[in-house]
Design a protein around this ligand. Structure first.
Ligand code: ZN
Length: 310
């Protein structure tokens, strides 16, 4: 059976130390992998997620010390949202303020309570209260009590000129259905998925194009159960939509192909296998720098140039 929904979200950050502090300490996510950008091993690639780094919970960053801020525009992810238990909204409103993070007043969207704020690089984030999520397992980092902790992604909102062509890809290839409309936003929901099951398509015709930089989401990855399912999706993209994905790239923890969707957002299709326990025990995820085989011989040189995390 096809597994639907978001696999991971990858964004661009400023200094790595500040990024790690915010996501692991303030938001209480688990650092599930400490590795390098496979295309530039002198920079970090940090992965945050739930206790096991399950698909649907993984937010990853390329932190660059001196990157210019991004500018939000069409063809880009506007908001990355996490799920929290309904009873946790008050806790989080207080916690964010206590850590110097300004947030907007809670709002109702699609019947759910949403708390919006930004990370230290200006990345737009939200916590969405989801009834029933309190019974799901949560990572306990000792700072956020498990009853209030984040339960993976709620989903993302994409800022687009028009929504229909993007909706057609989500419906046709990734198993989403339209779940409602509010204002200029169409809500798409992955059937049978809780974590990472929402993609909101926000139509904002006439808005400036995005400029990537710190605080920008670089791409959204959708799940494929295995290589065969990924290949079937690639064929469908080409045959039905005339879109051609890249060749498969081995990202160590999943295998990926990429394509630009019609609205301008970079999409990836990532396999669930093999996951983050492939090169370190599940109990020790994120504990030490992990390098792909092609860089292991350069470990000393790489460790010497990577910016300090603590
Ligand atoms: Zn990715």
């Amino acid at each position: 059976m096809q597994i639907n929904g978001i696999h991971h979200v990858t964004a661009i950050a400023g200094p790595a130390r500040r990024n790690l502090d915010f996501y692991s300490r303030v938001l209480g996510l688990r650092l599930v992998k400490k590795t390098v950008n496979f295309d530039d091993p002198t920079t970090w690639h940090l992965y945050f997620g739930d206790a096991a780094g399950n698909p649907g919970t993984i937010l990853t960053f390329f932190p660059w010390e001196h990157v210019a801020p991004g500018r939000l525009g069409v063809g880009e992810t506007e908001v990355t949202a996490f799920r929290i238990p309904e009873a946790a909204i008050g806790y989080w409103a207080h916690r964010l303020v206590a850590h110097g993070v300004a947030h907007e007043a809670p709002q109702k969207r699609f019947g759910e309570t949403v708390l919006s704020f930004r990370d230290p690089d200006g990345m737009r984030l939200a916590l969405v209260a989801v009834p029933g999520s309190e019974s799901e397992p949560a990572w306990d980092n000792g700072e956020v009590p498990p009853e209030f902790a984040i339960r993976g992604f709620h989903g993302v909102a994409l800022l687009l000129d028009k929504t229909e062509a993007t909706a057609a890809i989500l419906r046709g290839v990734f198993g989403f259905v339209e779940a409602g409309r509010e204002g200029n936003t169409v809500r798409m929901r992955a059937e049978g998925t809780t974590q990472g099951g929402i993609v909101d398509l926000h139509a904002a015709g006439g808005f400036l194009p995005a400029r990537m930089g710190a605080g920008s989401v670089h791409h959204i990855a959708f799940r494929a159960g295995d290589d065969a399912e990924q290949e079937r999706m690639v064929k469908q993209l080409a045959g039905q939509f005339g879109l051609h994905a890249t060749g498969q790239k081995d990202r160590n923890y999943f295998r990926s192909v990429y394509f630009r969707e019609p609205g301008g957002v970079l999409f990836e299709i990532a396999t669930d296998a093999p996951g983050f326990a492939v090169d370190e025990p599940a109990a020790d995820l994120g504990g030490t720098l992990k390098l792909p085989a092609q860089y292991e011989s350069r470990r000393a040189e790489i460790e010497a140039v990577l910016p300090a995390l603590a």
